[in-house]
Design a protein around this ligand. Structure first.
Ligand code: SAM
Length: 211
């Protein structure tokens, strides 16, 4: 009897303390709890509907090598990392602002997805061209005036079949940079671009072939 009690004690109380493994159920619960607790996002973060869109794009296409340009405090990063926890992938995300980067790190930890995210504090203008890749999913959401430069730097590192999503792009008019950038994307023969206007506007560009 003593032996059985000892085994039950070890299994139920001691072993879980040493186990570092996070099950999918643990991650699902932590992310959902995090989103319930942090309802409002005020740091230029995507709306939840765009977070869901990013999550679906990754999960539906089983993407595994993701890059985000513009972390802010991590809302979109958590959605993407949640999907990547199910595909076995990882996310590199870049933020130039130290305080937002640090807040994002804390948020990733609290949401239980920090082990999936490589968060860099850096200027994406300099870092993106240096990243080796390859990537199969990219989310571009930093400085809009640099969107085309980011795209051109990442295109050679994006796999055929991969997807390049750009935030705050609408096909319902808008300002000059928005229209110029969208025309640029739509003019690329090796990409198929559509726009989802359900949230903040998302250009979704699938790579069909190498240039
Ligand atoms: C719209 S916010 C990103 C929101 C985030 N994707 C989300 O939904 O949670 C844009 C972020 O890009 C960052 N940013 C702007 N220029 C940058 C640069 N050159 N390198 C890295 N980050 C930059 C800003 O500091 C800002 O936090």
């Amino acid at each position: 009897m003593k032996k059985i009690i000892f085994i039950v004690f070890i299994t139920v109380f001691v072993f879980p303390c040493f186990s570092q493994e996070r099950t999918q159920a643990d991650i699902d619960l932590k992310v959902k709890t995090f989103f319930q607790k942090h309802g409002g996002w005020y740091d230029m973060n995507v709306p939840a509907s765009d977070g869901q869109l990013l999550y679906n794009l990754i999960l539906d296409n089983k993407y595994q090598q993701a890059l985000e340009i513009g972390t802010s405090t991590g809302h979109s990063g958590i959605w993407m990392a949640w999907a990547l926890s199910k595909t076995g992938g990882i996310l590199i995300t870049i933020e130039i602002d130290k305080s937002r980067h640090e807040e994002a790190l804390a948020n990733f930890k609290e949401a239980g997805v920090d082990h999936i995210i490589d968060a860099r504090l850096d200027n994406a203008h300099e870092l993106v061209p240096k990243l080796k890749g390859p990537f199969d999913f990219v989310f571009s959401d930093a400085d809009k005036g640099w969107y085309q430069n980011y795209f051109e730097a990442v295109d050679p590192k994006l796999k055929v079949g991969g997807c390049y999503a750009t935030h705050n792009v609408s096909d319902r008019g808008g300002n000059r940079w928005n229209q110029d950038y969208l025309h640029y994307l739509q003019g690329l023969d090796h990409y198929e671009t559509s726009v989802d206007n359900s949230g903040g506007g998302m250009a979704i560009s699938y790579k069909k072939a190498e240039k």
